[in-house]
Design a protein around this ligand. Structure first.
Ligand code: NAD
Length: 319
């Protein structure tokens, strides 16, 4: 089945809109929209309007609504981060705190299972092995997630990644291919499986995806040519997915971390670490939780008007 062929047509949920406008302005004159009921208080005109959202333009379920007490995510929300380490594990911890029910995936199942032991809250989280560069593995994991939760996941963090340090003059084909397969093709495969299962579930399904790119996707970096190129691809892929899926009520955004204190960063030389800190106005590496908090915001309804955004979490590096 092709990706486009699996998408369903149709608008979002029935919503009620409330808008206040200064006297004399009328933003509801489009013939496509129903006429509003106006109320006057001497200064403002206020209108209430109930409408079906037009096809392809889903509206937030409750515009302006703040996060519900007890977390940003309802008990039925599920998420599929690559959560066995570093930023992914921190995402799991923050999302669980915010009420999400998690399916923690990683190529390293033991690491994903260990993440489960660190999660707060009483939700029934599960772990499953998934190799993001292998279509079969991705589709099996997505089916497992759907079966475990009796519904497809509605939130996704694409966090799996590898980094290998080599000058362009020394990098070989295998090194280049592995980086592109995990960091870029992996996001394509997982996003496709996630969106297909969510959209096959019915037209009221809403979702959000956050891709973990890198500030190096914008700047490039010596010794990290393949890695930086893959992350530049993630930025571009995020925007394409965002454009294609927004009308299907799935928002896609990405985060561009600077250097974050994880096992991946531990692979960098002392010279690279010191140089990066020197060029970072905050003068330190970031903590995985500082990225995870932004991811949680981008997954939540608090960012309901953000689509295709690339949010830098860098301590000011390369701003
Ligand atoms: N640490 C940083 O400085 C930094 C900066 C910018 C972006 N990032 C990105 O953040 C993401 C997380 O990185 P991290 O720093 O937490 O690194 P990490 O090494 O701690 O975690 C990476 C995780 O990806 C998993 N993984 C690797 N290959 C996989 C595959 N084929 N399928 C499924 N899972 C796989 C690993 O098992 C590991 O759990 C990566 O995409 C990375 O590129 C990291």
């Amino acid at each position: 089945m092709t990706f486009a062929g699996s998408l369903q047509e149709g608008g979002g949920p029935r919503v009620r809109l409330h808008r206040s406008y200064l006297r004399g302005t009328d933003h509801w004159s489009s013939p496509k929209l129903p006429q509003p009921q106006w109320q006057e208080d001497g200064v403002h005109r206020t209108c209430s309007i109930s409408q079906e959202s037009p096809p392809g333009l889903p509206l937030p379920s409750s515009p302006g609504q703040v996060a519900p007490e007890g977390g940003s995510f309802g008990p039925l929300s599920t998420s599929v981060p690559s959560g066995g380490s570093g930023i992914g594990r921190a995402c799991c911890q923050v999302l669980a705190r915010e009420g999400a029910r998690l399916v923690v995936t990683d190529i390293n199942l033991q690491a994903a299972k260990h993440t489960l032991t660190l999660l707060p809250g009483g939700q029934q989280h599960v772990a499953v092995a998934m190799d993001v560069k292998d279509r079969r593995s991705v589709e099996d994991a997505m089916k497992f997630a759907q079966d475990q939760c009796d519904a497809p996941p509605s939130l996704l963090v694409n966090c799996a990644g590898v980094a290998t340090f080599a000058l362009i003059s020394e990098a070989d084909d295998d090194l280049w291919q592995k980086i592109i397969d995990v960091n870029l093709k992996g996001i394509f495969l997982v996003t496709q499986a996630f969106a297909t299962s969510l959209l096959d579930n019915g037209k009221d399904s809403k979702g959000a995806i956050v891709n973990i790119a890198s500030i190096l996707g914008k700047t490039g970096h010596t010794y990290l040519g393949g890695y930086s190129a893959s992350k530049g691809g993630v930025i571009s892929l995020t925007k394409t997915c965002a454009a294609e899926l927004a009308s299907k009520a799935i928002r896609v955004n990405c985060v561009l971390p600077g250097l974050i204190d994880t096992p991946m960063a531990a692979g960098a030389s002392e010279e690279i670490l010191e140089n990066h800190k020197r060029l970072t106005p905050l003068g330190r590496l970031g903590h995985p939780e500082e990225v995870a908090e932004v991811v949680a915001f981008l997954l939540s309804e608090r960012s309901s008007y953000m689509v295709g955004a690339c949010v830098e979490v860098t301590g000011g590096y390369a701003m």
